[in-house]
Write a protein that binds this ligand. Structure first.
Ligand SMILES: NC(=O)c1ccc[n+]([C@@H]2O[C@H](COP(=O)([O-])OP(=O)(O)OC[C@H]3O[C@@H](n4cnc5c(N)ncnc54)[C@H](O)[C@@H]3O)[C@@H](O)[C@H]2O)c1
Length: 355
């Protein structure tokens, strides 16, 4: 019989509840406990989740229930301390939210800690489970586009919300190739003070080791995705080869043009559909070390490194070679050098966020 793994979920906001529900509904897991600092929020969430055990002490409860999975879904500023707690709890796998850190220094420390502890990590870039995302991957793998030479991604939402999502799927569409160097530019200080601190607009070029070019852009000046109405899902990610292109629109299906003609299909980012397989793949990886989770922390680290390299390019100018070592925290450095000029918009609909 398959082992049932015990999961503890910390943080009972939107994403914490998504995760808790997915663990609760999966027969491979027991939602052993939920945890957050706010007691009233905790009790309300427990009632919605079939009354698992509750606590305001993540380490205490994870140890008490002997959690196999320590999951946390907290704002981006809360990462390293909870990684340390996850390791101290004795869990076998830590599942957490993107972005993995707020600086390269923090990401490097997290990677060192989890590698030393021999603990698996999974990061929630779960959009890839959408059928439209997978369809584009299938088309690329089928050879219908020829040998891929370009991958691209853009979104009007800001960097710390969406950049690592885009990079993750671009890397996936490019066979998880490593980046050799990156060059970027940024504008607008408005979102530096957000809890997902970001320049208002940022664009980057990525030279991948396999010769493929990556182009990525997020924020106020990024291109519209007119096919999509819902602002947060105005994201386009795709690949081009000599025989054509295929791309996914987060909020509106997929499309391609190849020698066989123009094709398109349905699909929309949907937590209810994307979370169950994302969580199920954790059980498979816990069962079998060779079944590495598609959203493994090492892959997320590579994507975050590209993200921070674009910021370093803005700060230092010119091309930035990877891998990155420790350095001045990128967002602080950006705050020092970014001119205080209003960001220019690509579409009027961006004004509500980047006024
Ligand atoms: N993967 C996705 O599709 C996706 C979508 C939305 C958000 N996110 C990410 O999920 C994370 C959480 O976002 P959210 O929308 O759930 O936020 P939220 O504000 O709804 O919830 C955050 C929760 O963390 C708790 N918290 C804050 N500090 C804490 C601490 N020190 N210890 C314990 N709990 C603490 C808060 O009380 C709250 O319950 C963010 O990093 C965000 O970028 C990912």
């Amino acid at each position: 019989m398959n082992k049932v793994y015990k999961a503890v979920v910390v943080g009972m906001g939107k994403r914490g509840k998504h995760h808790a529900l997915a663990f609760k509904n999966n027969p491979r897991f027991e939602l052993a406990a939920i945890c957050t600092r706010d007691r009233s929020k905790l009790e309300r969430a427990a009632a919605e989740l079939g009354n698992p055990r509750t606590s305001t002490d993540p380490l205490g409860i994870a140890r008490e229930v002997r959690a196999d999975v320590f999951c946390f879904c907290t704002p981006p500023a809360v990462r390293l301390d909870l990684i340390k707690i996850g390791i101290a709890s004795g869990a076998k796998l830590i599942a957490y939210e993107k972005p993995i850190a707020l600086s390269m220094n923090e990401a490097i420390e997290i990677r060192e800690l989890v590698n030393r502890a021999g603990i698996k990590t999974v990061v929630s870039h779960q959009h890839r489970y959408g059928r439209h995302y997978r369809k584009v991957k299938e088309m690329i793998d089928s050879g219908a586009l020829g040998r891929i030479h370009t991958v691209y991604g853009h979104a009007v939402g800001w960097m710390m919300h969406l950049f690592t999502h885009l990079v993750d799927y671009m890397r996936w569409y490019n066979g998880n190739a490593e980046a050799e160097w990156v060059m970027g530019q940024a504008a607008g200080r408005g979102k530096l003070a957000d809890n997902h601190p970001s320049p208002d607009h940022i664009a980057g070029l990525i030279q991948f080791g396999n010769g493929v070019r990556g182009m990525i852009e997020t924020g106020a000046g990024a291109p519209d995705v007119p096919e999509v109405e819902y602002w947060w899902r105005k994201c386009r990610i795709g690949a081009q080869g000599p025989e054509g292109f295929a791309e996914v629109l987060t909020g509106c299906g997929w499309r391609s043009v190849t020698r066989d003609g123009a094709h398109s299909g349905e699909g929309c980012m949907n937590y209810d559909l994307d979370m169950p397989p994302y969580v199920n793949d954790m059980a498979d990886w816990l069962d079998d070390d060779s079944k590495i989770h598609p959203c493994n922390g090492e892959s997320a680290h590579k994507g975050f490194e590209i993200t921070m390299a674009v910021l370093r390019s803005v700060i230092e100018r010119g091309q930035i070679r990877l891998p990155l070592g420790p350095g001045e925290p990128e967002l602080e450095a950006l705050g020092r050098i970014l001119p205080d000029r209003p960001v220019l918009l690509s579409i009027e609909a961006n004004r509500k966020e980047y006024s």
